[in-house]
Design a binder for this molecule. Sequence first.
Ligand code: GLC
Length: 570
Amino acid sequence: MNRRTFIKGAIALTAAAWANPMIVIDAAENFKWWQKKPVYQIYPKSFLDTDGNGIGDLRGVIDKLDYIKSLGAGAIWLTPIYPSPMVDNGYDISDYTAINPLFGTLDDFDELVAEAKARDIKIVMDLVFNHSSDQHPWFLESKSSRDNPKADWYIWRDEKTNWRSIFGGSAWQWCEERGQYYLHTFATQQPDLNWENSDVRRALYDAANFWLDRGVGGFRIDAIVYIKKPAQFVDGTPDADGTCSVHNMTAALPGILDFLHEFKREVCDGRDIFTVGEANSVKPEDLPQWVGSHGVFDMLFEFSHVNVMFPHGEVWHRAELYKLSDFKQALTDSQRATRDSWYPIYFENHDKPRSVNNFFPHGSDKTLAAKAMAIILLTLRGTPFIYQGEELGFANVAFDSIDDYDDVSSRGQYDMARADGFSDKQALRFVHRFSRDNARTPMQWNTSPNAGFTSGKPWLPVHEDFKTCNAAVEDKNADSVLNFYRRLVSFRNASDVLIGGDYAELCHDSEELYVFTRTLGDKKICTAVNFTTHDVKLPDKIFDGAKKLFGNYPDEKNYLRATEAVIYGN
Ligand code: GLC
């Protein structure tokens, strides 16, 4: 869809609507369903446990559909719910066309799709196609000999290279039965599939079609940049420890798009679904090859704005204080690169720390920070992805010992920091700051024990702030983060300017403010956010006739206070 179509399709906003942002206006007709409403991401293991085993389940998701509906979401992305030994919490799949009994049954799943549909919500599945579990029958067969029918379904080599897996340690694992190494980009138990083999690709496409035939609304496609391997397996330039990140050797190699065009033809074409690929390393300037009319996906989670802290790759102890101008530049580049296509806006997911800790300086007010991020999330151009708990203003946890962490990557990062000479205490501090478990603590539903998440022992401790930060308490408070989200989403879903308007950044060099406008015809919206803990002067004139529509402070000044965020409109 190009810009002219957006403008043609837009319905003029009335002055009355601007004066009262709660007046609902039909969104432009020319947008697809997945462009008009946010997606809500659920990490089922931590969402709601209905059988008391301490692990969330599909019935828990069904129970909370009205809550999700109240947020104005049009789709739910479920992280993997397939059978899995759960080494990487479901990203190690042992059967692509079944449901993990921990989460429920296929009947529960069908009921979830139907109940969601009754509420105009689609269910989106996570496809993990770079690797399977080492317990998948395909791998068990592949590893059994060098000449079985699936011998070539994974990446086997006689020699290993100096590649380091993303979770730490060698990316190669020795296999006695074959007398060979296999490649694992992530954990040892996640062997990489061989996409050069057309039988592998066929089996994966069949799995995707199995779920589409059950009525799912699309896919989030995991770690997809790694599916193409180099022609030669050679050592890469080593870091100080002699290893080289596998990411540097295999991410987004030439030829990958041929595989993905085939995936699109075999799975997506002709279906009313959306796809969003996860693509660490794709640069904003490469986005036109990946998304839109010439691309392979509808949207791409590229990492440029969340990687500003990791100039040396995703090794947590080499993270740096981020510069606001780098963060803004990354977002602006992505917004520009997707002007003729579409962008998935996100600040949190199951792999990232909580935004209120991640993007704001120490000492910032948590509620203001959560609302400020909501304002950015819902006013940039693209589909907003809200991660469970983000709408309640969840914050990071800090467990006392590395043994309290479940996440395979946190333990790998801790070991890497220790091997690099950091003390236990320092290594634990990096884990506190960036651990993926920050995002995986159980949902906080109410003030009852374990925040109403489970009647048993939760698989990961509940955040200690749950008595004040939970859905029931926030539901009753008109000024809560939750109700702020609800108002903002309903405003965004009804605003043609926010759905289709052009993006432009102001005050680019400021290390204190993020200011941008969205413009459609003569209608304008401006978002201004103060990322500091002190007052900051606003530009003299935002634009003619600008009036405050939303803000995280009740009143208005001609400057922005600590962590203040405002949406102006004309
Ligand atoms: C993606 C997932 C992450 C998982 C990894 C391996 O990055 O988001 O949670 O560990 O892929 O599948």
